[in-house]
Design a protein around this ligand. Structure first.
Ligand code: GLN
Ligand code: ZN
Length: 765
């Protein structure tokens, strides 16, 4: 390398208009043949490579593409196919691949979980300690050859490294880790050697586990594994790629026997650069410097970034630098160029995957040709950023003062839980084991179409309002017939639990095509929080009060919590995330006050995303949790004693954060637990929890209607560790994805189960 080169760690798979998703779903529906699917996918893949080439990227990744998930790809490549699918001999390999991810009629899907602290979900490898790993197919080779033969591009194959892969897997005993690792390494070597023979020059091995908190044993594993791999290779160069944080043990990591080390200089809180300055960088290695933020959607401050690069070149010649985004661009939308409706002030500050690669190139050019050559670009970028910075949207004095004011006040409920509990019991007079649901009710095609008609202007506000009210009224009646104790309005007016609120708050913007893969073919379009968040008029009062006016039973108000709104949005970076959360919390505080003023005294503030935002490094977790607790209390604590605050969480394992959950001081919490029932309940054997709690008694992710006895069992199991006075009976999440009739039957069974157990335990309480 005579000069610095540019590189992509990974590129979005979904296409500019989610062509990837649509193609996949057409295949699943049976509307495309396997050949048609593969041809269409190849063309998408090659197109993405061509685009990167046209931008001018030197090292273009191959094999970052996937038909579902790259972790599942890795499992399959090494022969880790769960037995229940392996036995189904008649299934084609491609269908089997999708079956593992999605389940089929005879076998449940593999578990899916969050990829580090992102909102991307991977399929958890199921590895039985006795399985002999075997290379079923070198999946990178065809990708590499395809780019080489069809486009004349020597791509950079990307592979998930063996240690991270095993760390993400489940199903084997910890003592089998090294045994499995030793069997996997020769297979990795074979994959790499085949790529080398085919002409690969660089291979990127992703080991983001290096960015979590590691043990000495892990570091030793890294030394052994990469030493073994290194000994077997000739000309091909290995980039050991890390991301999402600083590496845990800089000196050890940069000394590993590989050709290049990829470091994230964005999400490391400055720690990687500080370590580089302190310990230097080995003179025989290349640094792949992740300097463009791969996880936000903002233009880089190129001025500052270039200065950072100049600091790095004091220690490392530019000939030994690869310039790249901080992580795979999988986590950002494809391109800003398709956004036609955004305010130019905002649009001018946005940078999605393609723009991020252009920025990467500007930096690389600047290094190779001198700062002067990129001065214009630097100026232009700085101007756009400053314009937004100085705009009224970012300088709402009222909001800023309010945040400051609350910093002097410790947000606490007026009375402790034990007192509130009595007041609330006197007020609501709920039976033992009260029954309720989580918030949303079936979002039928009719409801979606109604929303669409209104959005398109085919329906007036009045027509739409009447339509929503009819649905609310129907369901209030149904809930009363079913016999639920606490009702909900059903969330029919909401498309998405974050977007709905974002659209009503100042400071939020929405893109048209800003999709990001969440899991499989499912994509999300996170709102952009670009300005100060402010609430001017009620967001939910109309629908909730209407529902309450129809019944004597309490109707729960339904809000999305500050942490979830933050974690599921792209957030401005001139303010700390914790400050943005406070602004959101204050908006919610106002909404809660308005709800109370309108006679709503049970209010649920959902925080399903609280757990997933937990920092990767152990030593940063407590601060995050403290901030989350503060924000939740900022929103909810000013309420009256009799107002019962509920919260709901799902999608994660909560055992380790039960303390935090307790500190939220919510009167009642409902947690998704049906799928891992035993696990969470066992947690309460270890620690006591006094407040109201509902551990979902049935799984809403499947259309199956559970029998009464099944739910009775579930309740009884919970009552072994929780008091009947504190236990709530509810499904484990919202019902919006379910059909009407299965919902009615399931809830009827649930209420029956609660009544049966209520009668049994009544005498003893
Ligand atoms: N109240 C929301 C609902 O029922 C909660 C959704 C969630 O937990 N993700 O849909
Ligand atoms: Zn949920």
């Amino acid at each position: 390398m005579a000069k610095a080169i540019s590189s992509t760690i990974g590129y979005p798979r979904i296409g500019e208009k989610r062509e990837w998703k649509k193609t996949l779903e057409q295949y699943w529906k049976g509307n495309l043949s396997k050949d048609e699917l593969l041809t269409e996918m190849e063309s998408l893949r090659l197109n993405d490579i061509k685009k990167q080439k046209a931008i001018g990227i030197d090292l273009i990744p191959v094999g970052d593409f996937s038909l579902y998930d790259h972790v599942l790809d890795t499992s399959i490549m090494f022969g880790f196919i769960p037995e229940r699918f392996g036995e189904q001999e008649d299934r084609d390999t491609l269908d089997k691949y999708f079956d593992i991810a999605r389940g089929n009629k005879d076998a449940v899907a593999s578990e899916m979980t969050k990829w580090f602290d992102t909102n991307y979900h991977y399929i958890v490898p199921e590895i039985d300690g006795d399985t002999e790993p075997a290379l079923t197919k070198n999946r990178l080779l065809p990708y590499f050859l395809e780019a080489k033969q069809k486009l004349g591009i020597i791509g950079k194959p990307v592979i998930l490294g063996p240690i991270t892969f095993l760390k993400l897997a489940k199903g084997f005993k910890p003592e089998d880790f090294n045994k499995l690792l030793n069997k996997l390494v020769p297979l990795y070597i074979q994959v790499i050697k085949e790529l080398e023979s085919a002409g690969a020059k660089w291979i990127q091995m992703d080991e983001p586990i290096l960015n979590t908190t590691l043990t000495d044993e892990d570091i030793t594993r890294f030394k052994d594994v990469y030493h073994t791999i290194n000994q077997e290779l000739n000309s091909v160069k290995i980039i050991l790629q890390t991301y999402f944080e600083a590496v845990d043990d800089y000196e050890e990591v940069v000394s590993l026997p590989v050709d290049a080390i990829g470091l994230d200089f964005i999400h490391d809180d400055g720690a990687n650069l500080a370590a580089l300055k302190k310990h230097g960088f080995p003179s025989d290695k290349i640094l792949a410097a992740g300097v463009i933020n791969g996880r936000n959607i903002w233009k880089a401050d190129i001025d500052q970034t270039f200065t950072q690069l100049e600091t790095i070149t004091e220690d490392i010649d530019k000939e030994r630098l690869i310039i790249q985004p901080s992580c795979s661009l999988l986590h950002v939308p494809v391109t800003v160029s398709t956004e036609k409706d955004l305010d130019p002030l905002l649009k001018d500050t946005l940078s999605f995957a393609d723009q991020k690669l252009e920025e990467t190139l500007v930096l690389t050019d600047g290094l190779n040709k001198g700062r002067k050559t990129i001065e214009n670009k630097i100026q232009e970028q700085t101007r756009s950023i400053e314009k937004l910075w100085n705009s009224a949207d970012r300088n709402n004095q009222r909001v800023q003062k309010e945040v400051e004011f609350w910093k002097e006040v410790n947000p606490e409920r007026n009375a402790p839980f034990s007192i509130r509990q009595k007041i609330q019991q006197d007020f609501f007079k709920l039976p033992l084991l009260p029954t309720t649901t989580i918030g949303s009710l079936p979002q039928t095609t009719e409801i979606r179409q109604g929303r669409l008609k209104w959005r398109r202007g085919e329906w007036s506000d009045n027509e739409y309002g009447a339509f929503i009210e009819t649905n609310i009224a129907e369901w209030i009646e149904r809930q009363e017939e079913i016999g639920l104790d606490v009702l909900i309005h059903g969330e029919f007016e909401r498309n998405d639990m974050v977007e709905f609120f974002g659209e009503k708050l100042d400071g939020f913007a929405f893109t048209r095509y800003g999709w990001v893969q969440s899991y499989g073919s499912r994509c999300v379009k996170p709102p952009i929080i670009y300005g100060d968040v402010a609430l001017n008029e009620p967001m939910t009062v109309k629908e909730i009060s209407y529902a309450q006016s129809l019944t004597d039973k309490p109707v729960k108000g339904m809000l999305t919590g500050p942490i979830t709104i933050l974690n599921w949005s792209f957030v401005r970076e001139d303010l700390q995330g914790s400050e943005v959360t406070k602004q959101i919390a204050l908006a919610l505080q106002k909404e809660i006050r308005w709800l109370e003023e309108n006679n709503i005294h049970m209010i649920q503030v959902d925080e399903p995303a609280l757990r997933e935002g937990l920092p990767l490094k152990l030593n940063k977790q407590q601060d995050y949790l403290d901030e989350a607790v503060y924000a939740f209390k900022l929103a909810t604590s000013p309420v009256k004693d009799k107002t019962q605050i509920h919260t709901h969480m799902c999608y994660s394992e909560f055992g380790e954060i039960m303390d935090t959950i307790d500190q939220l001081d919510a009167d009642v919490i409902s947690i998704e637990a049906a799928r891992s029932h035993g696990e969470l309940i066992a947690e309460f054997e270890k620690q006591s929890y006094a407040k109201g709690i509902g551990l979902g008694v049935y799984d809403i992710h499947s259309p199956r209607v559970p029998a009464v006895v099944e739910m009775e069992k579930s309740i009884l199991r919970a009552l072994e560790v929780l008091h009947p006075r504190q236990f709530w009976v509810n499904p484990d999440c919202g019902l919006k994805t379910r059909g009407i009739s299965e919902t009615v039957t399931s809830l009827t069974h649930m209420v029956q189960a609660a009544k049966n157990i209520r009668n049994k335990v009544k005498q003893n309480v």
